[in-house]
Structure formats: C-alpha cells, structure tokens
Ligand binder design. Structure first.
Ligand SMILES: [Zn+2]
Length: 221
C-alpha cells in the first residue's frame, strides 16, 4: 500500500507538533488532524527518488517495506502530479545495485548523492553525530553518522531542522536515534505499510525499541 505525501502550495502547520511548515512543505494528510509534517508522520526516514526512471522506481517500491508517492498540485493542469517516490534507503540501494550495469543509472545515482550531500550542513552533521556518540556510546560504529545525516536533511519538519535540534538538545538527539531504531531495528515500517495506525504500531514495537536504546546507552557494546 502506497502512502501519499503532498507538497503544499500554501502555508501549512503540522496538526501534531504545531510546527509552522511554510510553503512547499512535504506533508501527509491524516483524518482528524489535517496536515502532518513528515517527522510526525514517521516518513522522514525515507529517501526521495525523483520520477523518471521507471525500472528503478518499480524495483525500489518492490523492495521497500514502506513507500509513499509524492504528489504536487499542478495549477496549469488542475490535478495532482507524481513527483517521485519516498522509499527506504536499503531498498533504493538494492534497486540501484541491480541497475548498476547501466551507466546512466550510475551517473544519476552520483548526481543524487552529490545533491543530497550539498544540502547538508556538514559541520552540523558532525556535531550531531558526536552528540549521538556521547549519549549512546554503544551505538554501532558509523550508525551515528547515518542518523545525523538523516536528521539534518532539509526536508521540512525533519527533527534535525528544528530549533531544539539546532542547539543539539538531548531530547532532539534522542528523538532522532529513537526514530532510527524504530525504522531499522523493528518491524514498524511493515506495520505502517499494512495500514496499522501509528500509535498502535508504536505500541507494538515500544518494548523492542527500549531494549535497543538501553543497549546503546551502555559503553563497550
Ligand atoms: Zn509535526
């Protein structure tokens, strides 16, 4: 089941965290709450694959436990138009791996990675990663960089972009690490993709998340 993410035209505010998202924010629509930022919707972990490569898109969707179609309203055509797909990084890597014989695919991957890197504030990523290592010394080597990069992505509403995270607030770092653990170390994404409500899915994986975090908080892991 594909979830839908909309790129807004007007101003919007997240119905859960209350953050002003501004124009052209990436949101999901949820009954009773209206717009939700991708962070609150737990979709901020997904990678954006722009439309245009049908084979890569098809493969990425197939391998991704959770995926979302990104839509933008076209004033001219008066309809939503597909901009691409949000998929899990592992799924994108695997799909790209299968297509790597194709030189064009390789080139596009390089471009996409370069664009993503250029958007990141590298110094901030390093600080965020160091803070993760400090708070979670048992975190597997390298994982702190992955989490920090995700947290610093410029998608609207991502944890790392909030004022609290800018100050490398302990709570903000914990949120970013918790989100990572939930997505990578539990079956949370599969539950969401089955249409299970977020609160229910979170309840189901809460014990496992707590156990992983407790391990990462200890040194010498
Ligand atoms: Zn929010």
């Amino acid at each position: 089941m594909d979830l839908k993410v909309f790129i807004t035209t007007g101003e919007s505010t997240c119905g859960e965290c209350g953050e002003e998202l501004g124009r052209r924010a990436w949101i999901t629509l949820v009954e009773d709450k209206g717009a939700l930022c991708l962070s609150c919707a737990d979709l901020d972990y997904l990678y954006f694959l722009p439309a245009g490569d049908a084979a890569l898109t098809r493969r990425s969707r197939k391998y991704s436990k959770l995926s979302a179609v990104v839509l933008k309203w076209s004033r001219a055509r008066k309809r939503y138009e597909r901009q691409g797909l949000l998929v899990e990084k592992e799924a994108l890597d695997r799909a790209e791996g299968e297509s790597l014989a194709d030189a064009e695919v390789r080139e596009r991957r390089r471009e996409r990675e370069a664009a993503r890197r250029a958007e990141l504030d590298q110094q901030y990523v390093r600080q965020f990663a160091a803070r993760i290592r400090e708070l979670f010394p048992g975190c597997p080597p390298g994982v702190e960089n992955e989490i920090a990069e995700h947290a610093c992505q410029k998608y609207s509403g991502r944890v790392g972009r909030s004022a609290a995270a800018k100050a490398l607030d302990e709570r903000a770092v914990e949120l970013a690490v918790t989100a990572h653990v939930r997505h990578v170390e539990t079956e949370y994404d599969s539950l969401l993709s089955m249409g299970i409500e977020r609160w229910e899915a979170r309840n189901q994986v809460a014990g496992r998340v707590d156990r992983v975090l407790a391990r990462w908080e200890m040194k010498g892991n």
